[in-house]
Write a protein that binds this ligand. Structure first.
Ligand code: ADP
Ligand code: 5GP
Length: 187
């Protein structure tokens, strides 16, 4: 970790709830935030940005595990995902957008990390967002099934649970929670 006083903000929640969209807005709106780029062995989705992840092979991922290069990593629906050891610029707070198993690992390592768990307004809306994003039918079904297991764990682990109904409201709520956390850490 580049700065031992950096706040770690973990944004977690089931697939399609809007995590990537939210964190993109957070870093646009708060220039003290630095977004970690994860590694994954999954294929890039059509239309997905080249730098959404560092897209790697299984061998590259396994080598990085062996070299102690990940803060946390997990397998999710058949692919590997991991957070490289964060190297945030001095003075920046770190944002991780990860699933619940990873969030649990980060909380164990950094008990003072702020964990924000995001829920969809309804399962139907989550499904509509996954379909709208272009996920294949099978992937949509797998992510919806996975959400049933992830949500109770995430809710129990979270410092705050937010429902991402209106994106602007969710982002404003998160920025407010982050500001409060920074203030609390100064006192
Ligand atoms: P996740 O990262 O949680 O898998 P994404 O950020 O990819 O989810 O969002 C899934 C889809 O839902 C995207 O098409 C995104 O534009 C859309 N989306 C995100 N937040 C909202 C919202 N509050 N209302 C409607 N659509 C949303
Ligand atoms: P997707 O394939 O939809 O991009 O991501 C699948 C899940 O993996 C999402 O819940 C996403 O937040 C999570 N994820 C992305 N990067 C990481 C990471 O580095 N570590 C962990 N544990 N989960 C991640």
């Amino acid at each position: 970790m580049s700065d031992q006083h950096s706040l770690i903000i973990v944004v977690s929640g089931p697939g399609g709830v809007g995590k990537s969209t939210i964190v993109e807005e957070l870093v646009k709106r708060d220039d003290k935030l630095w977004l970690s780029r994860s590694w994954t062995t999954r294929e890039r989705r059509e239309g997905e940005l080249q730098d959404a992840y560092r897209f790697v092979t299984h061998d590259q991922f396994r080598e990085h595990i062996a070299a102690g290069g990940f803060l946390e990593w997990t397998e999710f629906l058949g692919n590997l995902y991991g957070t490289p050891m964060p190297k945030a610029p001095e003075g920046k707070d770190i944002v991780l957008e990860i699933e619940v198993d990873g969030a649990q690992q980060v909380k164990k390592l950094h008990a003072d990390a702020l964990l924000l768990f995001v829920l969809p307004p309804t399962r139907e809306e989550q499904k509509a967002r996954l379909v709208g994003r272009g996920d294949a039918e099978q992937k949509v079904a797998a992510r919806l099934r996975k959400a049933e297991d992830e949500e109770p764990v995430g809710k129990a682990l979270a410092d705050f649970v937010l429902i991402n109904d209106d994106l602007a409201v969710t982002v404003a709520e998160m920025l407010d929670l982050i500001a409060r956390e920074r203030l609390a850490r100064c006192n």
